[in-house]
Design a protein around this ligand. Structure first.
Ligand code: HEC
Length: 139
């Protein structure tokens, strides 16, 4: 009967003893982390879309700086969310985050975003996102 109850482990964890409960908990939190990770990425995506609009409309540094800050905040938050996907080397991913934040984004923070440079800089930012995705997404 105990075995049969464990067959319903997903709904009846409490009856299955410590070990099963612990592994189910960690699976759940891995799923939670994956969800959180994607939520931070999606928030960065919203900012980058809005940033394109700011650039196209020539809104200038006053509008652009807060976007870059929000992108940094969300990408840093993703960086700090341990990514539980199989086949992704955690150290390589960490290095890619570091390079994006400390090189790509840093350069773009320091650059002058004006009517001439804005589009080129925006594309550079997008390529920074894409470079990491090509290596790690679906990987
Ligand atoms: C250092 C690596 C890295 C960087 C930099 C990065 N991402 Fe991601 N991103 C990922 C990974 C890994 C996933 C896949 C998550 C998954 O498969 O569950 C992802 C997923 C996403 C998703 C989720 C939907 C999808 O298409 O899979 C969006 C949206 C996204 N990223 C936007 C961005 C934007 C915008 C930037 C740049 C501002 C960015 N990311 C920079 C690693 C990165």
């Amino acid at each position: 009967m105990k075995g049969a109850a464990c067959g319903f482990a997903l709904v009846l964890l409490a009856s299955c003893g410590e070990k099963n409960t612990a592994s189910a908990d960690s699976a759940k939190s891995a799923a939670d982390r994956a969800k959180k990770f994607v939520a931070f990425m999606e928030a960065a995506q919203e900012e980058i879309k809005a940033l394109k609009d700011d650039v196209d409309r020539g809104r200038g540094e006053g509008a652009i700086q807060p976007r870059l800050t929000a992108i940094r905040r969300n990408i840093s938050a993703a960086q700090n969310t341990p990514f539980p996907k199989d086949g992704v080397d955690a150290r390589e991913l960490a290095a890619a985050f570091k390079s994006f934040l400390e090189r790509t984004l840093q350069e773009l923070d320091e650059a002058t975003w004006d009517d001439n440079s804005g589009r080129v800089l925006w594309k550079k930012l997008l390529s920074g996102c894409a470079a990491c995705h090509q290596r790690f997404r679906d990987g």
